[in-house]
Design a protein around this ligand. Structure first.
Ligand code: SF4
Length: 447
């Protein structure tokens, strides 16, 4: 039996796609081990969203080669799609597979290893695709190395859409995933039903540009119609959206979230900058006023709503005043989490050629300031829930009696419990905050 290990960098779509690849290896009798172990095959699903992602991707590739110089090292994902020549300079890489061929990695590996007929054909796999998707797609909080034993049956990703055609000035994604492709409602429902039958309570809808879901389909499907069907599925208690652009949040979507009781009161809405001048240079399609007005609409319609965001600091021409505007907007928006990115010029994107690039010292200072504002805002957000009961989907046991899980509005709580609680939704009352994390007690309900 051949042994294989996987590593995923980047977004939830990549995580989803790795799980699909893993399933195809499992179906062909590969043994999956932790990435830190010696394997015959290493598959690295890379990301290219920042220079740091490229660097990290190369580090992980080198790590695999070092762990077993005899292993077949396969590199796929967005970095492999856009910079195959850079990857081919790394001695020890055996195969580079672009995004379009990701579904065929098992065939390519089998050919490379000389396993020939022993591998299930692509057509046979296609028949099993829906099942394969649902089998392997358990999300496991923040840890991208695949550890079989840590796949908890609590939350699962479903990819509903691929591709982006917005071409923001800083972003490389449309160059590696530019074809808009939505999965049909019946396919998504089928996958969600299978997951529900296996006990999954929360699904996370992922895509490269979720708000464009349905635009390429001919039946007037959109995100709202998909969600309207999904909330009917018995057993799926929560539906989470992975990320959505501000201008794509319609009144219908807000009212569906408000009335459904099943769509999480949490949206990740990238802000990127709080300055209209910089937003325009970035090619974003909203102003700070429009962004804030959408946020207000959501928060006025739905209580305890969590909004998380991405912000880039040090975009070309970003002056002190522009950055101060970003701080002001972040404060007004009261984000519950800010992901801060220091601008890094990506070769081939317009922003890489913009004059007036910002120095790294200034980027570091701005990043620090924004991170500390983000910490404070997070603290203020989670502190509102002290003494209030939260429904927590239990993800894992931390030690003999400590468990952790997430509320629908993305608050992590640690609490004491007993027995097997993983996968259950329980009531927890947060009692204190430590290190920006809520600690609480399990609420035992009468009857
Ligand atoms: S919307 Fe902009 S930032 Fe998001 S994937 Fe598309 S081009 Fe990149």
């Amino acid at each position: 039996m051949k042994v294989c290990a996987f590593y995923t960098l980047g977004c939830k779509v990549n995580q989803y796609e790795t799980e699909k690849i893993i399933k195809s290896f499992e179906q062909n009798d590969f043994k999956i081990v932790d990435f830190s172990e010696e394997a015959d095959v290493y598959v690295i699903n890379t990301c290219t969203v920042t220079t740091l992602s490229d660097r990290k991707s190369r580090q992980i590739i080198r790590r695999a080669i070092k762990q077993n110089p005899q292993a077949a090292v396969i590199v796929t994902g967005c970095y492999a799609e856009i910079s195959p020549e850079e990857i081919s300079l790394i001695d020890g890489v055996d195969l580079i597979v672009g995004n379009k061929d990701k579904d065929f990695i098992i065939e390519k590996v089998s050919e490379f290893l000389g396993l020939g007929d022993e591998i299930a054909s692509p057509s046979a796999r296609n028949d099993k695709e829906e099942k394969a998707c649902s089998d392997g797609l358990r999300a496991f909080s923040g840890e991208n190395k695949v550890k079989k034993a840590q796949r908890y049956h609590t939350r699962a990703l479903i990819k509903i859409q691929d591709g982006c055609d917005q071409f923001c000035a800083f972003c490389k994604v449309p160059y590696v995933r530019n074809v808009l492709a939505s999965r049909s409602i019946p396919k998504v429902l089928n996958e969600a039903e299978l997951l529900a039958s296996e006990g999954v309570k929360e699904i996370v809808l992922t895509g490269i540009h979720l708000g464009k879901y349905g635009i390429d389909l001919t039946d007037n499907t959109n995100l709202v119609s998909l969600l309207t069907s999904l909330i009917e599925i018995k057993g799926i208690e929560r539906i989470r959206l992975s990320s959505i652009e501000a201008k794509e949040i319609s009144d219908e979507l807000i009212s569906l979230i408000s009335s459904s009781g099943r769509i999480c009161r949490h949206l990740h809405i990238p802000l990127q900058s709080g300055s209209n001048e910089i937003l325009k240079m970035m090619g974003r399609n909203y102003t700070k006023e429009e962004y804030l007005s959408i946020m207000r609409k959501i928060k006025n319609s739905i209580s305890d709503f969590a909004i998380t965001t991405d912000i880039i600091v040090g975009f070309p021409s970003e002056k002190k005043e522009h950055f101060e505007e970003t701080l002001t907007i972040a404060e007004e928006a009261a984000f519950s989490k800010i992901h801060v990115f220091k601008f890094s010029p990506r070769k081939g994107t317009p922003a890489a050629g913009f004059s007036d690039q910002v120095g790294s010292k200034i980027k570091n200072e701005r990043s620090e300031r924004l991170l500390s504002l983000g910490e404070r805002l997070r603290f203020e957000f989670i502190n509102q829930f002290l003494g209030k009961e939260l429904d927590i989907l239990v993800e894992k046991r931390l030690d003999r009696s400590l468990f952790t899980g997430l509320s629908d509005n993305y608050i992590r709580v640690v609490f004491e419990g007993a027995g097997k609680l993983e996968g259950d939704i329980v009531k927890v009352k947060p009692l204190e905050t430590r290190n920006n994390l809520l600690y609480g007690e399990l609420v035992i309900e009468d009857g």
